[in-house]
Design a protein around this ligand. Structure first.
Ligand SMILES: Nc1ncnc2c1ncn2[C@@H]1O[C@H](COP(=O)(O)OP(=O)(O)OP(=O)(O)O)[C@@H](O)[C@H]1O
Length: 560
């Protein structure tokens, strides 16, 4: 519908632009003949009216085409974001957030600008040129043929130069994406960089990326300018030739002075659409680079393939790892031949030194990555057979660091889903020990929280994260060092919330400190990516020769 409206607007606008000069031509011829002043006034007013109409149509046309471009590219943005979210952890290891933002938003933003102009400029200006050819043809065959032939040559030259600069623009946008990635990463680490005297080094790196950006953009623009100059020169030459021809036709009395004026007027007008076409052509080169980069991103396949789907059931399931070997770099495994199982509804506490592979284990359970060998099973089914969405609804993760989104408390708990009653939300927040906090908030569930965590303490954020998982009601839960950075008092309330979250669920609690795994039925001690010890907590605790009992004793026997 909008496209139809745009097409009508474009055609009307072209018609008006072609008719305007005809009025001027008539004015010149009538002024030379014996026409009354009234006729000349009418023509002059008609020309002024048409000029206003032309501006009005141009403005509406630009609005409609921008509207179309934004809505269509927004769909593309959504599509890309959906695809990116479906890619496995390996993709996110290789690409920084800033880089992805530039690729999703920068490239598509450029395309939106391009398309909003493209429809109007390319289609409109081409139609305008055709209109001019038809009018000139109807007045003088030779001049009309000349203008038509010349346009054809121009189009052929344009086509030939089309691919010039695409690779260079692609590289320029890639460098721009790298710059965004760099800035994002450094902004996140601003505090560390400042306090550890890394500023000079970071500025040095920034300067080298900016130099690179300058170099590649200059090269791309230079190529575009060569195209621009070549095509502009061609048109200047054509204009001179057309003038020469029309003067010759006038001398032979084949056209009137009004027609010579008309041709002169058209030729000056023609420079505008031609310049617009050429500059659109330059933008087209940049846009082609963006299109091919967007295509590249769209065609990326996740290394974690979606499965056909399995039936997990409503009860807490058994979780099994069977001879699992995994490495982020497949040639360097960080988990070796892991075999263990957690019975339905029970909790395994995973302990181990830094880098021993605890988080990697959790990553495999939600299929951020797939193991190189062996299998992970939930309720007897290999999780590679599960639909990814189904799996991630079934397995909930409470991460170590909580991200608070700019949005209401309700949005932060439901993660923007709208299908939860307030009463249920309040119950969940109460279960997580956040009832008093909620009551203190000025607008209750509608209170807006800030993305930078202001207005919420680390402990409250952690409890909110537990509420987030609880409301989704997964059957398997992973808690990744949830209380490692909290003071003992806050940790106490977190432990209460965790106890509620674990009820009737199979769980994996990753911890550095034995106290964090007070709810565990099973203990797994990891070391260097392998299982050093695995067994019932009570058994290991009671066995003085077990590594776990030594760790426990070292920590003051906090486990009850
Ligand atoms: N995304 C990644 N890409 C490459 N290597 C990784 C990645 N994540 C972790 N590693 C490496 O895998 C090994 C295990 O890391 P993992 O995070 O699983 O250990 P962890 O026991 O959870 O450590 P921590 O207690 O410090 O969180 C480490 O050597 C780590 O450097």
């Amino acid at each position: 519908m909008k496209m139809l409206l745009l097409a009508c607007l474009t055609c009307s606008s072209i018609g008006v632009q072609v008719v305007g000069p005809l009025l001027l031509s008539a004015f010149v011829d009538d002024a030379q003949s014996d026409e009354t002043l009234n006729v000349l006034f009418v023509i002059a007013f008609a020309f002024i009216a048409i000029s206003f109409l032309q501006m009005l149509l141009g403005a509406i046309e630009a609005y409609v085409s921008a509207d179309i471009a934004m809505s269509s590219t927004n769909e593309l943005r959504e599509d890309l974001t959906r695809r990116l979210l479906g890619l496995g952890g390996r993709f996110y290891d290789e690409n920084t957030t800033g880089y992805l933002i530039e690729r999703v938003d920068g490239d598509i933003g450029l395309l939106a600008n391009f398309f909003s102009e493209f429809t109007v400029q390319i289609v409109g200006n081409s139609l305008f040129l055709i209109g001019i050819i038809v009018v000139v043809l109807s007045m003088n065959l030779r001049l009309g043929l000349f203008v038509g032939l010349f346009d054809l040559i121009a189009i052929l030259v344009l086509r030939r130069m089309r691919s010039l600069g695409v690779a260079e623009w692609k590289e320029a946008r890639q460098t721009n994406a790298n710059l965004f990635g760099f800035i994002e990463e450094r902004l996140l680490g601003l505090e560390d960089i400042g306090t550890n005297g890394g500023r000079a080094f970071v500025l040095g790196q920034l300067s080298s990326i900016l130099n690179r950006l300058l170099h590649v953009t200059r090269r791309a623009r230079r190529l575009s300018n060569v195209t621009f100059i070549a095509i502009s020169s061609l048109f200047v030459f054509g204009e001179a030739l057309a003038l020469f021809l029309s003067i010759s036709e006038y001398r032979h009395h084949l056209i009137s002075i009004g027609t010579v004026f008309l041709l002169e007027y058209y030729l000056q007008l023609v420079i505008v659409p031609i310049n617009a076409l050429v500059s659109q052509f330059q933008d087209f080169q940049a846009a082609s680079a963006s299109i091919s980069r967007v295509e590249e991103l769209r065609s990326l396949q996740s290394d974690v393939a979606n499965g056909p789907g399995v039936v997990f059931g409503d009860d807490a399931p058994k979780v099994e790892f069977s001879q699992v070997t995994f490495g982020y770099d497949p040639t360097q495994p960080v988990l070796h031949d892991m075999t263990f199982s957690v019975p339905p509804g029970e909790v395994v506490g995973v302990l181990g030194p830094t880098g021993s592979g605890k988080t990697s284990l959790a990553n495999l359970l939600v299929r951020l990555y797939d193991p190189q060998t062996g299998s992970v099973r939930i309720a007897g089914a290999d999780i590679r057979q599960a639909d990814l969405k189904q799996l991630r609804d079934y397995v909930g993760v409470v991460p170590q660091s909580v991200h608070i989104f700019r949005g209401t408390v309700r949005d932060n708990v439901t993660l923007f889903r709208k299908d939860h009653d307030d009463a249920v939300l309040i119950d969940v927040l109460q279960e997580c020990g956040l009832r008093q906090w909620l009551e203190r908030l000025p607008n209750g569930l509608d209170t807006v929280l800030d993305a930078n965590d202001s207005g919420i303490s680390a402990g409250e954020a952690q409890l909110l994260s537990i509420a987030r998982t609880m409301i989704r009601n997964p059957r398997v839960v992973i808690l990744d060092e949830v209380s490692s950075r909290l003071d003992p008092l806050t940790e106490e309330s977190i432990q209460c919330a965790i106890a509620r979250l674990l009820a009737n669920r199979t769980a994996m609690i990753i911890a550095h400190r034995p106290r964090t795994i007070m709810h565990a039925h099973w203990i797994m001690l990891l070391d260097g990516g392998g299982i050093r010890e695995f067994g019932k907590r009570a058994d290991l605790q009671g066995d003085p020769s077990s590594a776990f009992s030594s760790v426990w004793r070292l920590n003051g026997g906090e486990i009850t």
